[in-house]
Design a protein around this ligand. Structure first.
Ligand SMILES: C[S@@+](CC[C@H](N)C(=O)[O-])C[C@H]1O[C@@H](n2cnc3c(N)ncnc32)[C@H](O)[C@@H]1O
Length: 322
């Protein structure tokens, strides 16, 4: 598999953003608080699963694009989903690449068990297998992969270049690494929601950036880098070929599953605000969050008809020269 042309295409907007937009976990929900080690990934499993299921259209589009980037007729035989979580995307990759064996790799056994159960349920058990592995060093036992997908896992490693380098080392010559990082944070509410100060979601994003920065700083071996993913992939010894952003665009009114997913994002903001104190989010905004999350509040998230889900996911692809 070769013939990757250099291409830069963004049909959303680049930038920095959807990393923690949904589904990261601090013990009660999903977020980063005092450190990555505080994240209880096993407890997060149902939320991770729900988030990935709602985001499935984006992953399908991304997988189709990865197919297009490959030389015609070149089918990958080994695909690795690095930091797979509960394996929703691992199974989608198995569907997109029907001749490939897919390895769901993650440090968290409980998530891998779910990945295996899901694969079996979908009749993919023969092609999707779980492998316990922690970046940057843990993938060593795997045979060289034709495609490695790493979605929102590299940013959980203190030294992100070391993580990308380790992933690159696991590629077969001509193989591709696709890293989903950045994008834009989710939007689910209008600017003015009829209570509190307009612009709540922009302030939640700002608070989230602070929390995320603290999470990164707390990681073992944390190294600050400019998050220019094309350059980081180059520093890892790979040739960047393309970057593209995929929109998840679910207009109001949301169905119950998408609504539950959006609500889980707000629950995470509230958990983080409670853990971090008033430093990042003002008391009036916390009061509005509490109302939004009250199932009985007529203006709350469980009842509003104006709630939508718009989020941009950016995928950066690089190849190992063969
Ligand atoms: C936000 S979740 C993303 C899960 C999945 N890739 C998705 O997009 O739905 C981050 C995942 O990275 C995993 N992770 C955390 N630290 C890791 C590390 N050092 N190496 C590999 N995976 C890691 C977590 O266990 C978790 O499953």
């Amino acid at each position: 598999m070769t013939a990757y042309e250099t291409e830069t295409e963004t049909d959303g907007h680049g930038s920095h953003g959807s990393h923690e937009g949904h589904g990261h976990g601090h013990s009660h929900g999903h977020g980063h608080s005092h450190g990555d080690h505080d994240i209880d990934w096993a407890e997060m499993a149902p939320v991770l699963e729900q988030n990935a299921e709602v985001t499935a259209p984006v992953y399908r589009q991304a997988a189709a694009w990865l197919r297009e980037l490959r030389a015609a007729g070149a089918e990958p035989s080994l695909v690795v989903d690095a930091g797979s979580g509960p394996g929703v995307v691992s199974c989608l990759l198995a569907e997109a690449f029907p001749q490939a064996e897919v390895v769901a790799a993650d440090p968290e056994r409980a998530l891998l068990d779910r990945a295996e159960a899901r694969a079996a349920r979908l009749g993919l058990g023969g092609r999707v297998r779980a492998h316990r592995a922690e970046l940057p060093d843990g993938l060593g036992e795997l045979p060289p992969a034709d495609l490695i997908w790493a979605a929102r896992s590299v940013h959980h490693v203190g030294d992100q270049v070391a993580a990308l380098t380790a992933l690159g080392e696991r590629l077969a010559p001509g193989g591709a690494l696709a890293v989903l990082e950045g994008g834009l944070p989710p939007r689910s509410l209008p600017r003015d929601i009829g209570m509190g100060r307009p612009g709540l979601q922009a302030r939640l994003d700002a608070a989230n950036e602070q929390w995320f920065t603290r999470m990164r700083a707390s990681l073992p071996g944390a190294a600050e880098v400019t998050e220019d993913w094309a350059a980081l992939l180059g520093a890892a010894g790979l040739r960047h070929v393309a970057t593209r952003t995929f929109l998840l665009d679910l207009p109001a009114p949301l169905d119950e599953r998408a609504r539950a997913h959006a609500i889980s994002t707000f629950e995470r903001y509230r958990d983080l605000a409670a853990a971090e104190g008033p430093e990042e989010l003002a008391a009036d905004d916390v009061a509005v969050l509490n109302r939004l999350l009250d199932p009985d509040d007529p203006q709350g998230l469980h009842r509003r008809r104006d709630m939508f889900l718009l989020v941009a996911h950016t995928v950066h692809v690089a190849v190992k020269e063969g």
